[in-house]
Design a protein around this ligand. Structure first.
Ligand SMILES: C[S@@+](CC[C@H](N)C(=O)[O-])C[C@H]1O[C@@H](n2cnc3c(N)ncnc32)[C@H](O)[C@@H]1O
Length: 202
């Protein structure tokens, strides 16, 4: 990537209300958040491209015939990523995460998200997570990097099996949420789930 430290810092800070961060996430976060992607992950959706650091890690792990749809609200970030990452598997979409269903019709093998949920209205967050659960293939993951564990219970209310890992050497430390859709949803296993239309979940 040709972006230097100051350009990234300046543009993240200038757009703090949508980036929710002053700098891109570090290598360890890139690897942890992408750890569920392998050569069977043919359709991947990323929310929050930024300058494409995680985008590149996803592409490294995906199969040659895969497709990565990455959603980013900042037009300048999209233009830079399109210029810097030349990969026929990559589709950069300058639209908000909640509209992913307008662009992607296939069942999804993995979602990777770094969008700042704390800065997005809770109804929109709920909509994104519910739609992602619906679009995900069984036994697959929605992986999310967040600065707090505050949202963990809310994700557990929607997904069937959730766990976290913490990357301490990012500044600030990052929590990775691994949210799995199981073949047999928890609801069927007798566990009461609060899914769909419950704005309270966020
Ligand atoms: C914390 S930055 C992460 C950027 C990069 N993925 C990284 O790990 O360094 C969050 C990114 O999400 C984008 N973003 C915020 N809200 C979004 C939304 N609703 N849909 C898509 N992208 C969004 C921001 O513009 C920003 O680029």
């Amino acid at each position: 990537m040709k972006n230097n430290f100051f350009k990234t810092f300046l543009n993240f800070t200038k757009n703090l209300k949508t980036t929710g961060a002053v700098y891109k996430t570090n290598k360890k976060v890139e690897q942890e958040v992408c750890s569920k992607i392998d050569k069977t992950s043919k359709i991947v959706i990323e929310f929050g491209t930024g300058y494409g650091n995680i985008t590149q890690e996803i592409l490294k792990r995906m199969p040659e015939d895969g497709k990565l749809y990455t959603f980013e609200v900042n037009e300048e970030f999209c233009t830079t990523v399109e210029k810097n990452i030349k990969d026929p598997r990559l589709f950069v979409i300058n639209d908000s995460a909640e509209n992913f269903g307008k662009h992607v019709k296939e069942p999804v093998d993995c979602f990777i998200s770094t969008i700042p949920f704390t800065l997005i209205p809770k109804e929109v967050c709920l909509d994104i997570v519910n739609k992602s659960y619906e679009a995900l293939k069984p036994e697959r993951y929605f992986c999310k990097a967040l600065y707090s564990k505050f949202h963990f219970k809310k994700f557990s209310n929607i997904f069937d099996d959730c766990s976290t890992a913490t990357v301490l050497d990012n500044l600030p430390p990052v929590h990775i949420y691994y949210c799995k859709k199981t073949a047999i949803p928890n609801k069927m296993k007798g566990k009461k789930k609060k899914r769909f239309g419950l704005a309270k979940a966020f």
